[in-house]
Design a protein around this ligand. Structure first.
Ligand SMILES: *Cc1c(COP(=O)(O)O)cnc(C)c1O
Length: 401
């Protein structure tokens, strides 16, 4: 008996309350739409007990439970893997949870993990506080000095984190040297590759084991959804990550996955537009007398620029700049408040331009030698000339020439 025959038989002589749960109608198949359908499910129904018993949640040729995947989340995972040249992807409810999943999957008591000193702050906080409390040592290395990482590696070191470029201060590390170092010591490598969106930098071609994306940024593109992904090529590594993902109960909603899938359609065009606009604005800023340094990996005097030239094919719309020492932190705040087209807020990758002033000296400590206030810009999809005019006007009003 087919499902619809079964349902039709059920429908006879049943109370409305029951019929509301057991409709006989089946929409015809063969519907074609541009975007994949959005499946929402906690429960996944099985045809019979044998089918239920035969299911293994780890195999991606069927379905077990909403937390372990739906056609919508499987489709998003595969498309992300295709973009970055990975074989596997695991979706997480935020970029931060994707970072902590990697730590929790690969590290155990007694192990050590190395992070760049410019790592995404909340991920570094997880390592320095939670991992340390569980007996896992977390140490910071200078991302522009691979020898500083070499000096910290011991037989206990299990994971080397990379970030390209680093958060806020935007240093582009020598990924090839760091990967070679890790390989020589049998240490796994994971990169926070959010800035490149998997487009500008191809981590698996460089021999990096794991890539993490905050899909919250460019993949979503709407500034209205939070999601992360962990990508890898190696089957055994995927199994390790997938088991930890299951045990931690991580998953994403079908509606959120559909929003990100829709964003992917325009990802390449948006990324190129953010890149072109940000480079124009960065070059304009570099000419301004109040600006000391523009920290944009594609600009020649940005830290690690040679590594960007060697390893990247494009740049994102996110960069920072510092001011000459005579500009006070109060004047920087007044400049930020005077901007009209830039929203003040965290995150990036959406359609609107954003600005955040950072007390970078306090964040980086002795490692930060520049000594002047820093502002980070996320360039959105507005016209670059309008954004430059806004920056010029706000600078003229708030900063000494
Ligand atoms: C935003 C961001 C994250 C975290 O993503 P959420 O989805 O906000 O948790 C991680 N790494 C980098 C580099 C980011 O910019």
């Amino acid at each position: 008996m087919s499902d619809s025959e079964h349902d039709a038989r059920l429908e006879q002589n049943l109370a409305l309350a029951t019929r509301l749960q057991h409709s006989a109608y089946q929409a015809p198949g063969g519907f074609g739409a541009v975007q994949p359908p959005t499946w929402r499910a906690s429960t996944v129904l099985f045809a019979d007990v044998a089918a239920m018993r035969a299911r293994d949640w780890r195999r991606k040729d069927g379905y077990t439970y909403g937390l372990h995947g739906t056609p919508t989340t499987f489709t998003l995972e595969q498309r992300l893997a295709d973009i970055e040249g990975a074989r596997h992807a695991v979706l997480c409810p935020s970029g931060l949870s994707a970072i902590t999943l990697v730590d929790l999957a690969l590290l155990a008591q007694g192990d050590a993990v190395l992070l760049p000193s410019n790592a995404y702050g909340p991920g570094a906080e997880f390592a320095q506080r939670s991992l340390r409390a569980w007996g896992i040592e977390a140490q910071a290395y200078d991302p522009l000095d691979p020898d500083s990482a070499a000096r910290l590696i011991t037989p206990r070191t299990r994971l080397l984190w990379l970030e390209a470029p680093g958060s806020v201060s935007m240093e582009m590390p020598d990924l090839r040297a760091l990967v070679a170092l890790a390989r020589a010591h049998g240490v796994r490598t994971a990169i926070d590759n959010t800035w490149s969106a998997g487009i500008a930098l191809r981590p698996f071609d460089l021999g990096i084991d794991i890539s993490v994306q905050a899909l919250t940024k460019y993949q979503s593109g709407g500034a209205d959804v939070l999601m992360g992904a962990v990508l890898c090529r190696d089957d055994a590594l995927h199994e390790t990550l997938n088991l930890a993902h299951m045990r931690l109960g991580l998953g994403v909603a079908g509606d959120d996955a559909a929003l990100v899938l829709r964003g992917l359609s325009s990802l390449a065009l948006r990324y190129a537009a953010h890149d072109a606009s940000a480079r124009r604005i960065a070059q304009w800023l570099a000419q301004q007398p109040q600006v000391r340094r523009v920290l944009h990996p594609a600009l020649p005097d940005s830290p690690g620029h040679a590594h960007w030239l060697r390893d990247c094919s494009a740049a994102a719309g996110l960069f920072s700049f510092t001011f000459v020492p005579r500009v006070t932190p109060e004047q920087v705040d007044a400049f930020v408040d005077a901007l009209r087209l830039f929203g003040i807020g965290y995150s990036w990758g959406g359609p609107r331009s954003l600005v955040v002033p950072y007390a970078i000296d306090a964040m980086r400590g002795a490692a930060w030698r520049d000594g002047s206030p820093l502002v980070r810009l996320a360039i959105g999809l507005e016209g670059a000339d309008d954004l430059i005019a806004d920056l010029r006007r706000a600078m003229g009003g708030a900063l000494p020439a």
